[in-house]
Design a protein. Structure first.
Length: 631
């Protein structure tokens, strides 16, 4: 089945509009189909630069800002002329292989603006969706070197940013004037009148990554900064720059499929081998530990077992050979019969995923991908990959395509942040680029992550459950359950540091003496929760403070409620449920009186769509709920 088959006929309306090239005050206007967004593109008659502005709900969210690049061998100032405009209107829907919804709207108005600039010729494509606006360049010249980007984002005065300097660093609130270093994307912004704005990039495949820096000359203005020069020998298109807005941060998060829409449709014809699912990380690197993980996975509805660093030697040694099974002695004494485990896993319908560090990937990629396929491996986790420059961006996406050629799924770890390529190559299941549980973030940090990083797409949060850091740093076990709903990842590690009770006790995978998995009652929730969804509703929340997210899989709804540093009364309306139907709600919540190590209570009640669930959740705690129809 072709999941990208358009189910509503695309309506294209094309009209060439010739503009008076001498009238530099002429504006090109694009309005979203629902009228919420208005994008103006024009030549600034004072500076001669191509500029733009954006309005949302009648408010200017991007003031007059420069559009453009510094290009080698093209003199300044520019002599910019808007020559013509072509208009298209699209109204369609598409079905993803997997996602946060089972169908996405793709509805937008588009104008392609033909521009000449001295000897330079290019087009700017602007799209106004109901969810946001986006623009990109199509350069028609050959042999171009883009030295840097000049594009600005002139924000309203006195905005607050939720910024991070690196993909896995802490997220902090800051004003534009206080910025010192480049900050990552996507970036969430709040105006003084409590409007929320997000800016970022989509469709980054063979280009340099964009970050944001403070303008040196204009107040409340951010400027795009590329991680390297960009060179092309022939005409090319840039990634998209997008702007989204909402009266609540949840509006932006719920509309994050805009980033997918700004990428090309699925290019994998047969997607039957692409399987989302839950993963347990095998930490002992032993045969006994691997077999125990397979048995545990089969019992608890877990789809994959992953063998992390150390199975083929010391990952940071350039001499390590990922075509061999050679255990790093610093991580485990073994023995590890990986082929025996793979065969046993196949008999239980469990897939095996292998980690490979970039050092081996860069020199052995074309060798190990067909080899892993022959072994029966289902996927590869690319570790510590180089990111940022045009060279390494192109290399990494080529590595995803090569994996697809061998029917291997991919999880990219460390600094890589998604820009929607999983629509085009859905074997790219997930990626890190997130400050996950490995880094011991508290709930406040996770709640910032949910409303910022998760705009970009799936995030592998490396969840852990029985590790002692849950009680010491992360918040609570109720929080961990809530995060399985709130943080979206088609491949979701649910036991990052934990091992089954009958696992090998001699090996620890280099992570120390971690807790064994105990058969506590709330494992029923972990067994039941999916990783991909038919529908998603962001009910309420604020960065760093709290979040309530509801997701549907078939007839069942799952809700995650995560709380920050202050006790809070949660009143969750259930109007997302089907009307006139009774549901059994199974509630998992933190309860210090429960006589288990995890202190999670379980309660059931009958509800319907006109109910609300009210519960006080303590600071740094959480709650998870399953709603099942009663026949």
């Amino acid at each position: 089945m072709n999941f990208n088959k358009i189910i509503i006929v695309i309506c294209l309306l094309t009209a060439a509009v010739l503009l008076n090239s001498c009238n530099t005050e002429k504006k090109v206007n694009i309005t979203s189909p629902n009228g919420d967004y208005k994008f103006d593109c024009f030549v600034n008659k004072t500076t001669g630069e191509l500029s733009y502005s954006v309005n949302f709900l009648g408010k200017e969210i991007i003031k007059q800002s420069v559009l453009g690049f510094n290009i080698s061998n093209f003199e300044q100032p520019h002599n910019i002329t808007i020559n013509s405009v072509t208009e298209n209107n699209v109204n369609s829907h598409w079905q993803p292989v997997y996602g946060e919804k089972n169908e996405y709207p793709e509805i937008y108005s588009e104008k392609i603006i033909s521009v000449s600039d001295n000897q330079l010729n290019y087009k700017i494509t602007v799209r106004a969706y109901n969810e946001g606006v986006a623009f990109r360049w199509n350069f028609l010249n050959s042999d171009l070197t883009l030295v840097d980007e000049k594009t600005e984002f002139a924000l309203p005065d006195n905005v607050v940013l939720w910024a991070s300097e690196n993909a896995q660093s802490k997220i902090f609130k800051i004003g534009v004037s206080s910025l010192k270093n480049p900050i990552d994307r996507p970036l969430l912004i709040q105006t003084p009148d409590s409007l929320f704005i997000a800016i970022g990039e989509a469709g980054l495949v063979n280009f340099a990554r964009m970050k944001f820096i403070k303008s040196s000359t204009k107040e409340s203005t951010l400027k795009a900064k590329l991680d390297s020069e960009v060179k092309y020998q022939k005409p090319f298109e840039t990634p998209w720059r997008y702007i989204m807005a909402g009266t609540k941060p949840g509006h932006i998060l719920e509309n994050n499929f805009l980033i997918l829409n700004l990428n090309q449709p699925n290019k994998i014809e047969d997607t039957s081998w692409i399987k989302p699912g839950k993963i347990i990380r095998e930490v002992t690197l032993t045969t006994k530990g691997g077999l125990a993980c397979v048995d545990f996975a089969a019992k608890h509805n877990i789809q994959f077992v992953e063998f992390d660093a150390g199975w083929y030697g010391y990952e940071y040694d350039d001499k390590s050979d990922a075509t061999t099974i050679t255990i790093d002695p610093k991580r485990s004494k073994g023995p590890l019969d990986l082929h025996k485990i793979i065969k046993y896993a196949e008999s239980k319908n469990i897939g095996i995923v292998l980690y490979v560090n970039r050092r081996s990937l860069e020199k052995q990629l074309d060798e190990i991908l067909p080899l892993f396929k022959s072994w029966g491996i289902k996927g590869v986790k690319y570790g510590f990959v180089n990111v940022g420059s045009q060279e390494w961006t192109a290399w990494l996406h080529d590595a995803v395509r090569k994996a697809a050629n061998h029917k291997l799924m991919v999880d990219i770890h460390d600094e890589y942040r998604p820009t929607g390529y999983s629509r085009t190559y859905p074997n790219l299941m997930t990626q890190e680029g997130i400050r996950g549980d490995e880094a011991s973030p508290d709930n406040e940090m996770v709640l910032k992550t949910i409303f910022t990083r998760m705009i970009a797409g799936a995030g592998d949060h490396t969840n852990c459950y029985f590790d002692k850091r849950v009680d010491e740093k992360l918040g609570s076990h109720g929080s961990q359950l809530a995060k399985l709903v709130c943080v979206y990842s088609p491949w979701q590690f649910i036991f990052w540091y934990d091992r089954p009770i009958n696992s090998d006790t001699s090996g620890d995978g280099g992570v120390g003496n971690r807790n064994h998995i105990i058969e506590v009652p709330e494992l029923a929730f972990i067994d039941a929760v999916p990783t991909v969804w038919d529908d998603t509703k962001v009910i309420e929340g604020l960065p760093g403070e709290f979040a309530v997210i509801a997701r549907r899989s078939g007839d069942r709804w799952f809700v995650g409620a995560l709380n920050g540093n202050q006790p809070r009364e949660f009143n969750i309306p259930l109007n997302f449920l089907s009307p006139n139907i009774k549901y059994k709600a199974t509630i998992y919540y933190d309860n210090p009186k429960v006589k288990t190590t995890t202190k999670v209570g379980v309660k059931q009640q009958i509800v319907s769509s006109n109910y609300q669930i009210s519960r006080e959740i303590k600071a740094k705690n959480g709650m998870a709920i399953i709603f099942e129809k009663i026949n």
